[in-house]
Ligand binder design. Sequence first.
Ligand code: MN
Length: 310
Amino acid sequence: MSIRTDKDEVKNEESCAGFSILQPRVVKLTTRTEVDVRRTLPHKNLRMIGAWCFVDHYGPTNQVTGMTIGAHPHMGLQTVTWLFDGRIMHNDSLGTHQEINPAQLNLMTAGRGIAHSEQSLESKSIMHGVQLWIALPDETRNQAPFFEHFSELPTQNLDGVNTRVFVGQYQGLKSSAKIFSEMVGAEFKTSNNSTKLELDVEFEYGVLNVGKSFEINNQILEFGELAYIPTGNKQAAISSSQDKHFLLLGGKPFGEKILMWWNFVGRTHEEIVAARELWNSHDQGIPDFDDEIKVRIPAPELPNLRLNPR
Ligand code: MN
């Protein structure tokens, strides 16, 4: 059983109706050598949280140079790189070369198509972070790609709770990063024994524990687990006597079915076939670019069936 709920049952395989704890599954990415990645979205019981459609959490590991992800394309989404520790170099087909450090944001809006690579850089510390994807709403998903880096983000220390908002807004803290639906992504650190997390009743949320165990709404949330909180909640109760470190990922329910395959978010089978062909044919619609990795990851074979949006 990879899910447990406050009623100890899952009412519906297709959707998470109520508060529930999602367990990560460990994925070994051939390109992220030696680094275990824990994936909580998409989950068999939950496709998305707001526009958030992909949550990968890696580290902490002392293999600080072990993570290289060769050139690969994206379409129809935004990628968020967010580090708790370590350093990463981002390169993309727009010609961007951008180092990122903890508490900074790399946000890549793929739109109709972009390619990028990422490589962890030597560091005295450890490597620990997340790679997140945001689905673009239909009317914005075919726009031209662009890249943004933010070295400073709105941060608040209030009553022992440190909050940093990287996308969207939370309790008056607003990130300048460009997004296309109502949502939030924020990092929290608190040593308080108990914290009330204020929520927007129109948003659904995920709370990803990236530190020590704590209780959320009286259920234990272990390192790497994600608590799903449906719409209609004004608060969540976070408690433990240990320091707490977590991400809050939320948004208005997306309201569109999406078709996610490999690194693409589309709506139709034909779009995915075309995007795969565009990349594998070296079409200069997504230009080649230079990096230290010198690896171009081809799109895999499509399954022998018609892909449907869900
Ligand atoms: Mn990527």
